[in-house]
Write a protein that binds this ligand. Structure first.
Ligand code: CP
Ligand code: NVA
Length: 310
């Protein structure tokens, strides 16, 4: 079997992502009410160890990979990049070669996407993107799963709005729209547009992906409204940035323009009162806690695909 990586959703492709979503729904239902640490009945990754390396902070990604490996019957080692020799200048490639002799797979959260690419190029085991400055594909799988649960139908054909910064999380949703066939309209201020490469790829796949300035326009009739922090990890907060993004707050007035029963998504952590009001984040349309929980179920499906168990 050729070595697989999950650097972006495109590494898997539409068929595998569809299979991941089905597997995530199935495994979530099969263990409802069980203690969190109990392994799934088939423990498909028994004996496997994943190293999860973090160059940036994390709550959800860290916890969900640890719990995902445990529920699949395997084990996760969580490592802070600063504690490894990586933090003292050992190269990414050397670290990848060495870890490949110890563990069965690696999840990497880092700043430069090029470092993730370099790690994957040198690794002899599957490598997962646990968020880079460019993209966050694991989040996109959990987001699609959450929307399918809430709307009770596949994401294909649904209409999504992104409001705010055209960032890493937005890029993976653009990629998801292209692969899975949902429409995505992004309302972003000038200078905060998503990467043109992601837009071009999604459009080449036939996706209806648009970039507009007006949040009202993006949200009108949408089934899903998503946003994220205005200052991502590694970015510096500036007055100009906050001023540009202030008209892009998701509040009850904006949500009222979406379709009745529209789902609100935020990958978290949120800056309450900034990109989203408390009333929306804690309101009935918000799916953010399901979205966080679904990181575990999504991660399990991604891991199973990587280890050829899907
Ligand atoms: N959504 C997400 O990736 O959260 P963490 O930064 O807490 O992992
Ligand atoms: N865009 C955010 C996502 C955090 C999960 C960041 O990169 O900090």
């Amino acid at each position: 079997m050729p070595l697989k990586h999950f650097r972006n959703l495109g590494d898997a492709g539409a068929g595998a992502v569809r299979a991941m979503l089905a597997e995530a729904h199935r495994r979530k239902a099969a263990r409802r009410g069980w203690p969190q640490g109990a392994p799934d009945a088939d423990a498909p990754l028994a004996g496997r160890v994943l190293a999860a390396i973090f160059e940036k902070p994390s709550t959800r990604t860290r916890l969900s990979f640890e719990m995902a490996m445990r529920q699949l019957g395997g084990h996760a080692l969580t490592l802070a990049a600063a504690d490894l020799q990586l933090g003292r200048g050992e190269t990414v490639a050397d670290t990848a070669r060495v870890l490949s002799r110890f563990v069965d797979g690696v999840m990497l959260r880092c700043h430069a996407h090029a470092d993730l690419e370099a790690f994957a190029a040198a690794a002899q085991v599957p490598v997962i993107n646990g968020l880079t400055d460019l993209s966050h594909p694991c989040q996109a799988v959990a987001d699609m799963m959450t929307v399918e649960e809430r709307l009770g139908k596949p994401v294909a054909g649904t209409r999504w709005a992104w409001v705010g910064d055209g960032n890493n999380v937005a890029h993976s949703l653009v990629e998801a729209a292209g692969l899975m066939g949902f429409a995505l309209c992004l309302a972003v201020p000038e200078g905060y547009e998503p990467d043109p490469g992601f837009l071009a790829t999604a459009r080449a796949r036939g996706a209806d992906v648009r970039v507009v300035r007006d949040p009202d326009l993006a949200v009108a009739g949408a089934d899903v409204v998503a946003t994220d922090t205005w200052v991502s990890m590694g970015q510096t907060e500036s007055e100009a940035r906050i001023r540009a993004l202030t008209p892009y707050q998701v509040n009850p007035l904006l949500m009222a323009r979406a379709a009745p029963g529209a789902v609100f998504l935020h990958c978290l952590p949120a800056q309450r009162g900034r990109e989203v009001t408390d009333s929306v984040l804690d309101g009935p349309q918000s799916a953010v806690l399901d979205e966080a929980e679904n990181r575990v179920h999504a991660q399990k499906a991604i891991l199973l695909w990587l280890f050829d168990r899907l």
